[in-house]
Design a protein around this ligand. Structure first.
Ligand code: ADP
Ligand code: SF4
Ligand code: MG
Length: 333
């Protein structure tokens, strides 16, 4: 395969990225779940990872948190001032989780501990990450519950997770993720378990809170339109590879990769957990084409596509286009 695919996607304001991910590759047995994924995230920037189920979005977030089990991981993930997340000793990672980076999981119901009140779960995190006293942590917890839109925040401190609605549980998770003032938030489809009406509220809440704190966010979203409205940049993944990335509007309005075009034309099925997939299915890893992984579903495939992997290249070579819009395709739209 062509090594050019591992070139990092650079941001226009990449003077001091908070995260520089280079060549993230994840193997599970013989399968390459992620293949040389590179991206760079500026301070205060929000980035959406999009792609249908199985693309590797959760694997990226989980690998950054160093919570992947049973997988072989290669690459580098430089978190500003902390070093390579993929290589740090676990005791350093324990200190970084919650304080420098934190993750909001898809299903708050199972991420929260059913045996403890939500107040206790938040104050425990506050005391661990910020070293607060019991009384300080309680006051800060009420303040955080208020900021994430939990009504009667004082009263809710003594509620157990099962006593709260799904939307309220997710707000608690957001408060816990924000508790240690992390500068990188990873939100893995944090709303897909919720009613459609609540989804937009939570997405807006997470992004507003992220921005208010000057933090950066990698948002796994299944809706390309929502991603482009709410995030600064988009990275489109297909079968573990970046196929297109760049500023949101640019990727949405000037998509070059056939897969991005197909995603754009898909509509979100109410209540479904993922996009209505483009026609066809992702081949199993044992049958993945050695060239372009999208070749089996692509209406624009050329004879070379199945055998030769297209490198990521700039979408526009004139000086007027954003330098960081890139795609990987031999026969782009
Ligand atoms: N624990 C696991 N064991 C084996 N394969 C896994 C595991 N988790 C994920 N995978 C595989 O890794 C690929 C990427 O999965 P995932 O990152 O969950 O995708 P996404 O979040 O985009 O839906 C899929 O092919 C999935 O089947
Ligand atoms: S490289 Fe070929 S198969 Fe892959 S997306 Fe482009 S045209 Fe389609
Ligand atoms: Mg996922």
């Amino acid at each position: 395969m062509n090594d050019m695919t591992s070139h990092p996607v650079t941001t226009q304001d990449a003077a001091e990225p908070i995260l520089r991910l280079e060549g993230l590759t994840v193997h599970r047995g013989a399968a390459k779940i992620l293949d040389r994924v590179s991206l760079s995230l500026g301070r205060g920037e929000t980035l959406a990872l999009v792609g249908e189920s199985g693309a590797g979005k959760s694997t990226i977030a989980t690998a950054l948190m160093r919570l992947l089990d049973g997988a072989r991981v290669e690459g580098r993930a430089e978190l500003d001032g902390a070093g390579d997340l993929l290589a740090l000793p676990e005791r350093r990672m324990v200190r970084l989780r919650g304080s420098r980076l934190s993750m909001i999981f898809q299903d708050a119901g199972s991420a929260l501990n059913p045996s403890y009140t939500v107040g206790r779960q938040l104050t425990t995190t506050l005391r661990r990450t910020l070293g607060l006293s019991r009384a300080e942590a309680r006051a800060k917890a009420v303040e955080l519950f208020t900021s994430v839109g939990i009504n009667d925040p004082d009263g809710r401190m003594s509620a157990f997770p099962h006593q709260l609605s799904g939307g309220m549980q997710q707000r608690v998770m957001v408060a816990i993720a924000l508790a240690g003032n992390p500068d990188l938030l990873l939100a893995d489809e944090p709303t897909s378990a919720l009613d459609v009406t609540i989804q937009a509220q939570i997405v807006r809440l997470i992004l507003a809170q992220t921005r208010a704190r000057g933090a950066s966010c990698i948002f796994v979203l299944h809706d390309l339109a929502l991603a482009s409205q709410s995030c600064d940049r988009i990275v489109v993944l297909y079968a573990g590879q970046v196929v297109e990335s760049g500023p949101s509007r640019e990727v949405l309005e000037r998509s070059r990769h056939p897969y991005t075009r197909q995603l754009k034309s898909c509509v979100l099925e109410i209540g479904s957990k993922d996009l209505t997939a483009p026609e066809g299915t992702v081949p199993p890893h044992s049958e993945m084409p050695v060239g372009c992984r999208f070749a089996t579903r692509c209406p624009r495939a050329l004879p070379r596509c199945a055998g030769e992997a297209p490198p990521l290249v700039p979408a526009r070579d004139d000086a007027t286009g954003p330098l960081d819009h890139q795609f990987a395709c031999w026969n782009p739209e």
